[in-house]
Design a protein around this ligand. Structure first.
Ligand code: THU
Length: 160
């Protein structure tokens, strides 16, 4: 028997001001679209903003449904939209923010497992990592250079 150790690394920024200007702008767009989320059931609003290598920004917010599992997270709304509209473009950076209508979200909110799997697919598709920044409503921002830091042992096409 032997053990396998996987190292993962994130950077922590204490406030938005510490981020490069382009990421501040991207996060502001994520905050703006978060406020338009359709989240009548959870009251938990999530916004995602993607910067593509063609310079375009694609946005998404969570879209809920009375049949709960039929809803979709903000991250997947955004990446599926990017894949649909700009199938040849690479996703370079992603900003995510989440806020509850009922209490202030102060810690960084990472993408859920299903979103991580979906984001991973696009990293494999484009053969290039995506810089991912995520935060709550206020407080610190976490940055990952690639989805790989958030989902070690990713299931991908190579296993098929
Ligand atoms: N949600 C997202 O939009 N992204 C995530 O990564 C986690 C959860 C949404 C789904 C649902 O509308 C609400 O947040 C509560 O789970």
């Amino acid at each position: 028997m032997k053990n396998i150790t996987i190292n993962t690394q994130l950077s922590v920024y204490d406030s938005l001001d510490e981020l490069p200007q382009d990421i501040q702008d991207l996060m502001q767009q994520a905050i703006a679209i978060r406020k338009k989320a359709y989240a009548p059931y959870s009251k938990f609003r999530v916004g995602a903003a993607l910067l593509l290598d063609n310079g375009k920004v694609v946005l998404g917010s969570n879209q809920e449904n009375a049949a709960y599992p039929s809803g979709l997270c903000a991250e997947r709304v955004a990446i599926f939209q990017a894949g649909a509209i700009y199938p040849e473009a690479k996703i370079v950076k992603m900003a995510i923010t989440a806020a509850s209508d009922t209490n202030q979200t102060q810690s960084p909110i990472p993408p859920c497992g299903s979103c991580r799997q979906s984001i991973a697919e696009y990293e494999f598709k484009q053969d290039q990592g995506i810089e991912i920044y995520f935060m709550g409503e206020v407080g610190a921002i976490y940055k990952s250079d690639s989805l790989k830091n958030l989902l070690p042992f990713t299931f991908d096409k190579n296993f098929l």
